[in-house]
Design a protein around this ligand. Structure first.
Ligand SMILES: *Cc1c(COP(=O)(O)O)cnc(C)c1O
Length: 360
């Protein structure tokens, strides 16, 4: 017997979501599997779609090499490019594509002798103001790189700050600024759309999309009729049941005081596994969970290895009953909302639990 906290990763759902992303956008799709595939396991996720994926995107060289060492042959884009010039030989050897987001990277790229040219995704800051060349710097950098012996091809890219807000005008403004700056350049390909843009902004559709969160089944637009399927189901079991009287309290800080006679279930999962402490009740009510498929809530403070759920209205709950933290009955988006975060962060933080992969 072992601790029953398990992340079930359904690779068939991941594959299906990739197809939804690719078909919705209509062009090629780089599956974004940075940060260990948002906590789902990068190698396993990559292998699940290697025969159909147009490419993968990761944050850095180390993440890409892990995929190459596992035998992944598809194109792989480094979303932050290189951090130091000494990464370039390995980038060339491993046949990786790089984002170029700053002038210092352009300078190094043009000053270094490479064995083979590299495919470049030249990134413009069209309004997010995180990384990327300004719309003023961009055309000149493009012309310096274009046709250079170290440059195989240039894909023009940018990233949206507010694509998950369909009411915001920011996305259209970013697209307009981007297209304006490209006007007099002989461009080969463009990539703008992240998941939210694939689902909400057809104006952003160009040659390449870059879906991330939607591949894992969390809809960034919170569409309740989404076709996406949850890839991760995070579960554990009830390991203790105790009735408490009205007025008694439970857990660290005694933040929950029973308003009525209450059956308290203790679940073997906690914040060290990635169920955030902020999923504890903030103003009375904690994040939703499902016990034997029936929705109830976290009560008391989430601790490192355990948390409490309210079993008062779940008659058949026993020791060993399955508790779903998120997955099929409980949307990660809903837990994230209750915990003041986003599904991305919930997924990335899952650790210590057993990972069980299935592919049906
Ligand atoms: C992470 C990332 C994506 C994927 O974003 P999602 O919101 O998860 O779809 C796309 N493009 C870039 C540049 C990224 O950093």
């Amino acid at each position: 017997m072992s601790r029953p906290a398990i992340a079930h990763i359904r690779l068939d759902a991941f594959r299906r979501n990739y197809r939804v992303a690719k078909q919705t956008h209509g062009g090629k799709a780089l599956a974004v599997i940075k940060a260990n595939a948002y906590g789902h396991g990068a190698v396993r996720c990559a292998q699940a779609i290697e025969h159909e994926a147009d490419g993968f995107a990761v944050a850095c060289l180390e993440e890409a090499l892990q995929l190459r060492q596992a035998g992944i042959k598809n194109p792989i884009l480094l979303l932050e490019g290189f951090f130091e010039a000494n990464e370039l030989p390995e980038i060339v050897n491993s046949n990786l594509w790089i984002v170029v987001h700053a002038l210092w990277q352009v300078d190094i790229l043009l000053a270094t002798k490479l064995k083979k040219p590299i495919q470049i995704w030249l990134k413009m800051d069209s309004g997010m103001h995180r990384v990327g060349l300004s719309s003023i710097e961009y055309p000149l950098a493009f012309m310096r790189l274009s046709g250079h012996i170290n440059v195989e091809k240039i894909v023009c890219m940018s990233h949206f700050a507010n694509a998950d807000n369909l009411q915001s005008e920011h996305t259209s403004q970013q697209i307009a600024l981007f297209q304006n700056a490209l006007q007099n350049l002989s461009i080969e390909a463009i990539s703008l759309s992240n998941s939210a843009a694939i689902l909400g902004w057809p104006q952003s559709y160009k040659n390449w999309s870059r879906p991330g969160i939607m591949l894992y089944g969390a809809d960034p637009l919170f569409d309740t009729k989404t076709q996406l399927r949850a890839v991760m189901q995070l579960t554990s079991q009830i390991i203790s049941i105790r009735p408490i009287k009205k007025g008694e309290s439970i857990g660290y800080g005694s933040i929950f005081t029973a308003p009525r006679a209450t059956i308290v279930g203790v679940v073997a999962i906690g914040y060290a596994d990635g169920c955030p402490r902020s999923a504890s009740p903030q103003n009375g009510i904690g994040a939703p969970v499902a016990v034997n498929g029936i929705i109830t809530n976290i009560i008391g403070r989430v601790s490192m290895d355990m948390l409490f759920v309210d079993l008062t209205d779940i008659a058949d709950a026993t020791i060993g009953s399955q508790v779903e933290l998120w997955g099929d009955t409980i949307l990660a988006n809903d837990v994230a909302k209750a915990a003041g975060t986003i599904a991305y962060e919930l997924f990335c933080n899952v650790k210590r639990v057993q990972f069980k992969y299935s592919d049906n």
